[in-house]
Write a protein that binds this ligand. Structure first.
Ligand SMILES: *Cc1c(COP(=O)(O)O)cnc(C)c1O
Length: 514
């Protein structure tokens, strides 16, 4: 077998076996290592082009694509897909991310040709059903949150945050309040909150957490001034705790002439139970991929609709759906437009279908039950593990996620990172690590409502066994983990800072005499 310049045997993978990698999880080579750029995977007769129909713009350099047969190409991608962990293949306990099951009924509805095969430029008279669906989704999002308006189009939570804060900025500009340049952000906030505020030119003022993990109301009051534009508050917060004084915070913020932006990524813990509008929020994004069971994607296809209070409703972006004289219409321009549009077309239709399917298949009682089950599951995990792990904020029951810190690992030479890597060897995706930042060596676990008691028990057994093992002095099992994964410990910083995104043709090195 010949070797390429990276020292890997070429041709591996074409037979489905390889020298490294274990059993049926082959160490997958690159396309260029399976095939090469000199040969084609399909036999085509040579053609002589009679005339250049590309006006001289034809490619002059080599294409540099590996020539593979169809089965070779297909096996490569299928094998790669099997290296992915997914919610369809196992529990995914990432805290804050809400990796819940994506019901197959959602998928079935999203594939109905009347939704899947329409085009955003079709005349609205031919897509009344799709507009009706958007209208219904809007209705239920406003009903569940008790708010006056909703913008469906943002493509993710972070995009929704940006839109919500843009609406706040537009409202303040319209009211001659452009001098408000400060946004208050609690220390436990998701990184997207300060990033959003900074992106819009605000200066971010952090609000310290109290020792019990909740936001310090007095600190909020002390920080408020005529310069403050808004507070960005997550409720339930990222420590998994419901902010008990949220109404008092909302009142203080409004009394100071500022707006209350609520990060609603954790709405799954309270949907159908609490309406954020009743708590005094002005804008809140709802991650359909967290609360309403649509698939998560690496930045898409996502949807992060934003609900707005009556004060902000006039500053909603276009487009939105409205009842017109000839049925539903899509409003794409309004007078005195504050924001215009924030995305091409109308947003992610496929996600709207899935989210509404989830809502309608659960019903009002079912949505409340899903939230309560998510909270129950998180409290179960906390109760089962609190005697072996360390709980930073024991004063309150948790909401949808259980938070532990690393003090139980003190003196063991095992870090939160090591612990998470050892979990991979036991067949579980790690929990969220080192977030929220207010807790040292945080481990944030969100089981969601979709896991069975059997799965939760297995997860808790494994977690408890690992904790006991770490405390008993077997640091080796952790510091060298993962041992069973296709790749061992990666240099994550280098991978993030110096990613190699493009295959380069290896430079031919002259062979030494053999
Ligand atoms: C997930 C999350 C976000 C960002 O949402 P994306 O859809 O990932 O952009 C913001 N805040 C909190 C608390 C989150 O958990």
């Amino acid at each position: 077998m010949s070797m390429n310049t990276q020292g890997r045997p070429t041709g591996v993978g074409t037979t489905g076996t390889s020298a490294s990698g274990s059993a049926l999880l082959p160490d997958e080579p690159l396309l260029f290592e399976i095939g090469d750029t000199e040969h084609s995977g399909v036999d085509l007769p040579d053609v002589t082009l009679s005339a250049d129909r590309l006006g001289g713009f034809g490619r002059k350099s080599k294409l540099d694509l590996a020539g593979l047969t169809e089965p070779e190409a297909m096996r490569h991608y299928v094998r790669l897909s099997r290296l992915n962990h997914s919610i369809d293949s196992g529990m995914y306990p990432l805290g804050s991310c809400t990796m819940k099951h994506n019901p197959r009924l959602n998928e079935k509805m999203a594939r109905l040709p009347g939704f899947a095969d329409i085009h955003p430029l079709q005349p609205v008279s031919t897509v009344q059903g799709a507009l009706e669906l958007m209208n219904q989704l809007s209705h239920w999002l406003m009903t569940l949150t008790n708010t006056a308006a909703v913008a469906l189009s943002p493509k993710a939570g972070a995009h929704g945050e940006l839109l919500g804060m843009m609406a706040i900025k537009a409202a303040q500009d319209a009211a001659g309040q452009s001098h408000r340049k400060i946004v208050l952000v609690p220390e436990s906030a998701h990184g997207t909150n300060p990033a959003t505020a900074a992106f819009l030119g605000y200066s971010v003022k952090p609000i310290p957490a109290r020792t019990d993990g909740t936001v310090d109301v007095q600190a909020v009051k002390d920080a408020l001034s005529p310069e403050v534009a808004a507070i960005m508050l997550t409720n339930p917060n990222t420590c998994g705790l419901f902010e008990p004084q949220v109404i008092e915070i909302a009142k203080a913020v409004h009394d100071a002439g500022a707006f209350f932006y609520c990060d609603g990524a954790n709405f799954n813990a309270i949907m159908g139970v609490v309406r954020p509008g009743d708590l005094g929020i002005d804008a809140m994004h709802i991650n359909l991929h967290k609360t309403f069971s649509t698939p998560h994607g690496g930045g898409g296809p996502g949807a992060g609709p934003v609900v707005l209070s009556a004060a902000l409703a006039p500053f909603a972006p276009v487009p939105f759906v409205r009842q017109g004289s000839n049925g539903l219409e899509l409003v794409e321009h309004v007078e005195a437009e504050a924001l215009g549009r924030v995305t091409a077309f109308h947003g992610q239709m496929g996600m709207y279908v899935r989210a509404l399917t989830y809502m309608l298949s659960h019903g009002a009682d079912g949505l409340a039950q899903a939230a309560q089950d998510a909270v129950l599951n998180a409290n179960y995990v906390k109760a089962r593990l609190e005697h072996v792990f360390s709980v930073p904020f024991p004063d309150y029951p948790t909401m949808h996620e259980a938070l532990f810190d690393d003090s139980f690992l003190k003196g063991t030479d095992v870090s939160t990172l090591d612990f998470a890597k050892a979990l991979i060897d036991e067949g579980f995706h790690p929990m969220t690590m080192y977030f929220p930042l207010v807790v040292h060596g945080a481990m944030l676990i969100e089981p969601t409502e979709s896991e069975s008691k059997q799965t939760l028990d297995h997860f808790c057994d494994v977690m408890a066994e690992l904790a006991t093992e770490a405390k008993s002095g077997n640091a080796e099992r952790f510091t060298s983990a993962p041992m069973k994964a296709p790749r061992r410990r990666l240099d994550e910083t280098r991978a993030a800072r110096l990613p190699i995104l493009k295959w380069e043709m290896p430079v031919e090195t002259p062979k030494a005499a053999e």
